[in-house]
Design a protein around this ligand. Structure first.
Ligand code: UFG
Length: 333
């Protein structure tokens, strides 16, 4: 097994990957980013060296592994829009599943065997109980969730067969940004609630459409578990340290363990920004469960992880620092 010194962050120019790079650097890890920049942003990589390439470029990957002593791979490169995955599943099966197989094959050749995999609450499908722990059935209801579950299953086979050790990290609703807003969330198109409400607060959108006001929740709108992006980054690093101490390959659910409704998110944005946001009731969005909240007990017991930036105001405030400082995002398109 490689005793390398470098953490290779695949998809490190994207939202979650770039915050992981930031946190890794802050803690003194040597980092390298591999990203095709199809969704990510060069500026998001900060001081980390970036190799621009796609996961289908096997020779480039082989060269990378030959030239760098890679200690572990954090894999974030994936398409992540539920709706798009329904309309164009081929894109998702190729980019999320086939490409990951190519990456794992290159890792095998280079004998790099530690893998931190970015998975999602979307692998669970419709919740059958209020708090979702790791034993909750995994029955994804869209191609995006299925692609992530497929990689989870592939890892379970590859682990014992090829000596891989891995952590699967299933995120609930990633949100927020680093303090000071040097990097943040910039998707095109943006579909996520918090950045969209912030755009409405800045006057870049006339209103925020609330997808469903008749759910069986306290105020009728969907409840989600928003988790600060740096808490996610912390869990990735703890996952790596856990594997390096000989921890068995496994999966963790990562959320705050408390849910906020769409209305509560908008209220919080109004409070943090001091700006009024126009709310318009809209039909339910297909595939949205009413409530999605994580049970993160396992991450807490095994990794010693707990959310440090858990309250919604901190999450929204940091997202606002980024959005208000970069109203047009990274401006590199
Ligand atoms: N919402 C609105 N209006 C908007 C956008 C979102 O009302 O303009 C609502 C959604 O209906 C949902 C909530 O706000 O109830 C959060 O929506 P997001 O799109 O921000 O996040 P999701 O919960 O849909 O998605 C997240 C991740 C996905 C992952 C999914 C798992 O971002 O990658 O959880 O279910 F697949």
């Amino acid at each position: 097994m490689s005793d390398g010194d470098t953490i290779l962050v695949v998809g490190g120019a994207g939202y979650i990957g770039s915050h992981c790079l930031h946190e890794l650097r802050r803690r003194g890890f040597k980092t390298l980013c591999y990203d095709n920049l199809s969704e990510g942003h060069r500026a998001a990589c900060g001081e980390t060296p970036l190799i621009v390439g796609s996961l289908n470029e096997e020779e480039k990957l082989d060269r990378l592994f030959a030239e760098h002593q890679v200690r572990a791979v954090f894999h974030f490169a994936a398409n992540c829009y539920v709706g798009e995955s329904v309309e164009n599943p081929e894109k998702y099966y190729f980019n999320n599943v086939a490409s990951t197989l190519v990456l794992l094959r290159a890792m095998r050749r280079a004998e790099v065997k530690r893998f931190i995999f970015s998975s999602t609450a979307a692998t669970f499908g419709n919740p059958v109980r209020e708090r979702i722990d790791e034993s909750h059935p995994q029955e994804p209801i869209n191609p995006y969730g299925r692609t992530k579950l497929m990689i989870e299953q592939i890892l379970r086979d590859y682990g014992p067969a090829y000596g891989f050790s891995y952590c699967i990290l299933r995120y609930f609703n990633a949100a927020g940004a680093v303090e000071g807003g040097a990097i943040g969330e910039d998707h095109d198109p943006e579909t996520h609630l918090i950045p969209l409400v912030l755009k409405a607060a800045m006057g870049q959108r006339p209103d925020i459409k609330i997808f469903g006001t008749d759910y069986d929740t306290p105020d009728g709108t969907c409840v989600r578990d928003y988790i600060h992006i740096l808490d996610l980054a912390d869990a990735h690093i703890r996952g790596l340290e856990y594997l390096e101490k000989g921890g068995a390959s496994t999966a963790f659910n990562l959320g705050n363990g408390s849910g906020y409704s769409v209305q509560q998110v908008i209220d919080t944005v109004e409070k943090v920004t001091g700006k009024a946001v126009v709310r318009s009731a809209a039909p339910r969005r297909a595939g949205d469960p009413a409530v999605l909240v994580a049970d993160y007990k396992k991450a807490s017991e095994v990794l010693g992880w707990k959310p440090r930036f858990g309250d919604l105001e901190t999450i929204v405030r940091t997202a606002w620092e980024w959005a208000s400082g970069h109203p047009e995002g990274y401006q590199d398109r």
